[in-house]
Design a protein around this ligand. Structure first.
Ligand SMILES: NC(=O)c1ccc[n+]([C@@H]2O[C@H](COP(=O)([O-])OP(=O)(O)OC[C@H]3O[C@@H](n4cnc5c(N)ncnc54)[C@H](OP(=O)(O)O)[C@@H]3O)[C@@H](O)[C@H]2O)c1
Length: 331
């Protein structure tokens, strides 16, 4: 397994052959966010797809009404040439150990859409099947929507174990069938995908940005400013900046904001994100790379409700409702 991800290699539809997946039975395990979108795209690309779900599944009716044959998980895996494990990350170790691993056929391919369970989960992988990653870079809803309008999402592809010698060809062909070759399939490793995905979520997208927005909101409210307006300044307007970042990049965003915003942002941003924050970011990265985060996450057993119970959401939520009622009253 190579860890060299410095040279980015991208494959597009024109360089990818679909043959390694054509005529082979593909089992999609799980029919949620990724499972449904992937199964439908694969089917529309002409592939033979079956769905594996647990006995008391809540998504069985959706899969059946979309026209898929649905079976139990182990039963589905035992008949498939390619198996994609698309259950939530916290469920992967148990589902793999109990139902998927023992049922996998010799020389089949086992696919993941995120590298963490393999990289950090200590799965007992046997050397009789390939282990691959095809990770679309966005939610299932978008994967499906873009496929239908002739475009696609990027995907990352990696190979952990190549028993058949065909693992890379299958990974790229599978990504092409998802529609990801239209934009580009990026070669990476399980380690890089897992670490960078978790770090981005924790440091920026789902950890850093919400925590900073909430702390800034509280600072204004505690200084006596109206919560509804503090909500607009510190939370709601994130979208305008995010849109500029998405469209034009960091420097393009800076070119398009006012001189006041640029001056304040550049001189104060670097004061906020100082050496102490950089040290904390390095700590987060170390915990992810060392597997401590993954062990803590899979052992925590906490429900979503338990995770949220100590967060002070009420004040900011009230401010959002108040802001929306002010706006709708004016319409
Ligand atoms: N969500 C994203 O935007 C995204 C993007 C890229 C990659 N990924 C990766 O894709 C994978 C799947 O994520 P997801 O968001 O699609 O998951 P998800 O929507 O939460 O998955 C739900 C599906 O998993 C089944 N399931 C849940 N717990 C199970 C268990 N204990 N045993 C068996 N089946 C179980 C559910 O079946 P029931 O009907 O039985 O409840 C349902 O069909 C993950 O590795 C994730 O990191 C996700």
């Amino acid at each position: 397994m190579s860890n060299d991800v410095k040279n980015i290699i991208v494959h597009r539809d024109g360089d990818i052959d679909l043959d390694p997946v054509l005529g082979r039975k593909i089992a999609v395990i799980g029919y949620g966010n990724q499972g449904r979108a992937q199964a439908l795209n694969l089917k529309d690309s002409g592939l033979d797809v079956i769905i594996g779900l647990r006995l008391k599944s809540q998504t069985r009716a959706d899969a059946e009404s979309d026209g898929f044959p649905v079976y139990g998980i182990a039963e589905t895996v035992a008949t498939a040439d390619i198996v994609t494990l698309l259950v939530p990350d916290e469920a992967i170790p148990a589902v793999f150990e109990e139902e998927v691993g023992p049922a996998l056929k010799q020389d089949s391919q086992l696919l993941f859409a995120h590298g963490a369970a393999v990289q950090f989960g200590g799965l007992a992988l046997e050397e009789r099947y390939d282990v691959l990653l095809v990770a679309p870079m966005g939610p299932g809803r978008l994967l499906r929507e873009l496929y239908l309008n002739g475009s696609g999402l990027n995907a990352k592809a990696a190979v952990y174990q190549d028993v058949t010698g065909k693992a890379w060809d299958v990974a790229f062909a599978y990504a092409k069938a998802l529609g990801c070759g239209r934009l580009g399939v990026i070669k990476t490793t399980f380690e890089a995908e897992a670490v960078m995905d978790l770090f981005g979520e924790q440091a920026v997208l789902c950890g850093g940005i919400p925590a900073l927005a909430e702390a800034a909101f509280n600072t204004l409210v505690e200084a006596g400013y109206p919560p509804a307006l503090a909500y607009v300044e510190c939370v709601r307007e994130i979208k305008y900046i995010a849109d500029l970042l998405f469209e034009y990049g960091l420097s393009g965003m800076r070119e398009r904001i006012s001189y006041t915003a640029l001056y304040g942002g550049v001189t104060r941003g670097s004061r906020l994100i100082d050496e102490r924050i950089k040290n904390r970011l390095a700590e987060l990265l170390k915990e992810i790379r060392g597997g401590e985060f993954y062990a803590e996450f899979t052992d925590s057993g906490k429900t979503r409700a338990e995770l949220l119970e100590n967060l002070e959401n009420e004040r900011i939520e009230k401010a959002r409702v108040e802001y929306e009622s002010i706006c709708s009253a004016q319409e």
